[in-house]
Every structure is written in structure tokens, then in C-alpha cells.
Ligand binder design. Structure first.
Ligand SMILES: O=C(O)CCC(=O)C(=O)O
Ligand SMILES: [Fe+2]
Length: 191
């Protein structure tokens, strides 16, 4: 598969033991909402479960439309501290995704909302079943992908969101559960 210079994968950021206990935490103790949402007068079903956590005062149109902002939990704060130390970056929010099995997925998108424009580096952590992240160049259409193993930290560098779309495709052969955390830095609105 093609290499993408705007992605950097750090394998075993968490070792097998820590990855397993964090996975168990998210599966057992994290408070998952229903994946049916009402938006713009319509009901729809998100093909995964999701929660959004942010520092006080952070606003993000995607989350404000779909999700309630929740406070940080102890495990999320600890993971944020570990990631910030490793990357020497600050993050003020995290989107937590739960893929119950290979039928859960995220479709093609870029995390390029205007609120992220100032510093759109995103740090993505994975626990549980390994799933591929596919990417597709917005103009040339080149495609590629990489597998995200448990315990890995994927750094999506700023230009990734402006040049590429990404997805985690459906694969009915995968039975295992997967948790993914994307730490973000959402700017405060200037107006
Ligand atoms: O699950 C993943 O690895 C990616 C999730 C994602 O793209 C997102 O939350 O924006
Ligand atoms: Fe994304």
C-alpha cells in the first residue's frame, strides 16, 4: 500500500497489558449513549457508538450538532497526558469511537471543520481489534492504507486533513471490538 508522509504510526505506545486494561475500561465502565440521533428533524443511526469530551468553553460544530459535551474521565485525562508528553502538543478535546464489530465503520471524511484550522494535528489511539485506516487523496484520487494495531498512536499531521480523506471500512469478517480515541485541538471562536 502507498505510504502517506502526513501520517506517522507509533506502534506499542501502550504495551499489551495496558492496552488490554484500557480496552476493558472503555467496554465496561465508559458510559455509551445510544447511536440513534435526531438532527435537523431527522432520525439517523450512526454506524458506531461515540462520545465527545472537551475542556470547558470548547465548541465544535460536529459535536454540538450530534453529541453532548461530556466531562473528562480519569482514564481519558491520563491518556491525554501520556500523548501530550510524547508529542509535545496540547489537546483540548477527544472523540471516542466504539466499533462493536466489523459491521461498525466510519465513512470517507476529513476532520477539517473550520474550528480545527489553526492546529489540526490529531492524535489517534487504538485499542482492541486491529482495523485498517484507508486514505484517499482529495485531488489525485491515490489511495492507501495502514493497519492500526492495539496500543498504537497514529499522528495525523496538519496537512493530512487538507489533502486526504480517510475511512475505517466495514469488514464483516472482523468480530472483535475496537476503541479509537482522536485527540483534537479545537480553537475558540473569535466572534
Ligand atoms: O477509528 C479511527 O481510527 C478513525 C476515527 C476517525 O476518523 C474520527 O474519529 O474522525
Ligand atoms: Fe477522522
Amino acid at each position: 500500500m502507498m505510504h502517506c508522509p502526513e501520517l506517522e504510526l507509533i506502534e506499542n505506545f501502550y504495551d499489551a497489558v495496558s492496552s488490554k486494561s484500557l480496552l476493558e475500561h472503555f467496554l465496561q465502565a465508559h458510559d455509551w449513549p445510544d447511536n440513534r440521533y435526531a438532527f435537523a428533524g431527522r432520525q439517523f443511526v450512526l454506524p458506531r457508538l461515540q462520545t465527545w469530551h472537551a475542556d470547558a468553553g470548547v465548541r465544535y460544530s460536529y459535536s454540538n450538532n450530534l453529541l453532548h459535551t461530556r466531562p473528562w474521565t480519569e482514564p481519558l485525562l491520563q491518556i491525554r497526558a501520556d500523548v501530550e508528553q510524547r508529542l509535545d502538543c496540547r489537546f483540548n478535546s477527544v472523540l471516542v469511537n466504539y466499533y462493536r464489530n466489523g459491521d461498525d465503520f466510519v465513512g470517507w471524511h476529513a476532520d477539517d471543520e473550520p474550528e480545527l484550522a489553526d492546529s489540526p494535528a490529531i492524535a489517534s489511539l487504538s485499542f482492541g481489534a486491529a482495523r485498517p485506516l484507508l486514505f484517499r487523496h482529495k485531488i489525485s484520487g491515490e489511495t492507501g492504507g495502514l493497519v492500526l494495531p492495539r496500543g498504537s498512536l497514529l499522528l495525523m499531521k496538519p496537512a493530512f486533513q487538507s489533502h486526504w480523506l480517510h475511512s475505517v471500512p466495514r469488514d464483516g469478517r472482523i468480530t472483535g471490538q475496537r476503541i479509537n480515541l482522536t485527540f483534537r485541538r479545537v480553537g475558540r471562536p473569535t466572534a
